[in-house]
Design a protein around this ligand. Structure first.
Ligand code: ZN
Ligand code: ZN
Length: 376
């Protein structure tokens, strides 16, 4: 039987880090997790999920059912950390630290399995696929894995918190995410004869600038929002005005009101600009995760238990989105930031976590799960 010591945790984490897989393609990751869990006798729950692992310890007849969730996918980023365990999958990298999350949950599954007879209820481990594409939580829910769950808990590593610090906040911790793509279509022509066509490039640049007024002039200054255009494309050479051009990006907000207002202003501005320039416009709007909202009662319990062995700090909410929100809209949930003293921020080619935080995260999952079974 394996023991749950630091060197073993580090070995698992480095294995995941070296073999990252993008959303919905976490096949080897899934196999590795299943193999470890099975070797400890942890029950694997049958699932219709293609990737990801659902497992359980405990007994639902003895008390409540709770879920511990970790995400397992990586990102299409080329790693630049220079670590000895650098990704061997070209162009794919664990740049969000999900290798850390799944390792901590594995360690906790091992520990909880050792104490299974004493558990006052059932603990379900959700190794969730496809967080980065914000579809995995929906798939786990559709597969029925939280139908009987009374509370769900998860965390994200936080590079700017020290090892031993945990950021806990009641209410909104991470932002609602909306994604947009706008395509302007006019009439292509020679660059030297713009009067013969209808140029989408100038309209696009004016529109992108004007969209910044949503935050500067529409959103309440006491609220927060981000409007980022991240990708623009149009034309193919220097002396031709193209027929069409497009841009895409994202909006992040922390309340439903700000979210609705930002979307309305976005449509008003884009449609208004298209009309002003006499262009056709298509807006593709994709609604991402809602605000990651922490249940006040559960948050109190989690905060109290955490403060017994770690330093609880009040974090600033993050404008990143997190599809844990999809779970915590359905059932009470708590999501926290776990100090990982990172070398760079999330999604950066230099990103990595401090392995010293691993045993703390294992203990955190274990203690929170055990306490929640007794108290909810
Ligand atoms: Zn991420
Ligand atoms: Zn992440």
């Amino acid at each position: 039987m394996m023991t749950n010591n630091l060197s073993e945790l580090v070995a698992w984490r480095h294995h995941f880090h070296q073999h990252p897989e993008v959303s919905n393609f976490e096949f080897e990751t899934t196999a590795y997790i299943k193999q470890l869990l099975s070797s400890w006798g942890v029950r694997l729950v049958p699932t219709t999920l293609t990737t990801g692992v659902i497992a359980e310890v405990g007994d639902a007849s003895k008390g409540p059912t709770i879920a511990l969730r970790a995400d397992i996918d990586a990102l299409p980023i080329t790693e630049a950390t220079g670590a000895t365990y650098t990704s061997v999958n070209t162009g794919v990298m664990h740049a969000c630290g999900h290798d850390f999350h799944q390792t901590a949950l594995l360690g906790s599954a091992f520990e909880l399995k050792q104490n299974e007879a004493e558990l006052q209820g059932l603990i379900r481990f959700i190794f969730q696929p496809a967080e980065e594409t914000h579809t995995g939580a929906d798939d786990v829910i559709a597969a029925g894995h939280i139908d009987d769950v009374q509370a769900i808990v998860g965390f994200h590593n936080k590079p700017d918190l020290q090892v031993g610090e945990v950021g806990i906040l009641k209410g909104g911790l991470m932002a609602a995410v909306d994604q947009f793509k706008v395509t302007f279509t006019g009439i292509g022509t020679h660059a030297a004869m713009p009067q013969l066509g209808n140029d989408p490039i100038v309209a696009l640049s004016t529109t992108i600038s004007t969209l910044q007024t949503i935050v500067a002039r529409n959103v309440d200054p006491q609220q927060t929002a981000v409007v980022s255009v991240t990708h623009i494309a149009g034309g193919s050479t220097w002396n031709v005005l193209p027929e069409s051009a497009w841009f895409e990006g994202t909006i992040r907000t922390f309340t439903n009101e700000t979210r609705a207002l930002s979307k309305q202003r976005f449509y008003d501005i884009v449609n208004g600009q298209a009309q002003a320039f006499g262009l056709k416009v298509v807006i593709d709007w994709s609604k991402g995760p809602d605000v990651t909202e922490n249940d006040p009662v559960l948050t109190e319990i989690v905060s109290d238990e955490t403060s017994k062995f770690l330093k609880v700090v009040k974090p600033a909410p993050s404008n990143a989105g997190e599809d844990f929100a999809t779970f915590s809209q359905k059932i009470p949930g708590v999501f926290v930031f776990f100090g990982s003293h990172g070398t760079a921020d999330w999604h950066h080619p230099d990103f990595d976590v401090d392995d010293a935080a691993l045993p703390l995260a294992v203990e955190w999952y274990t203690r929170i799960a055990t306490r929640l079974l007794r108290e909810i």
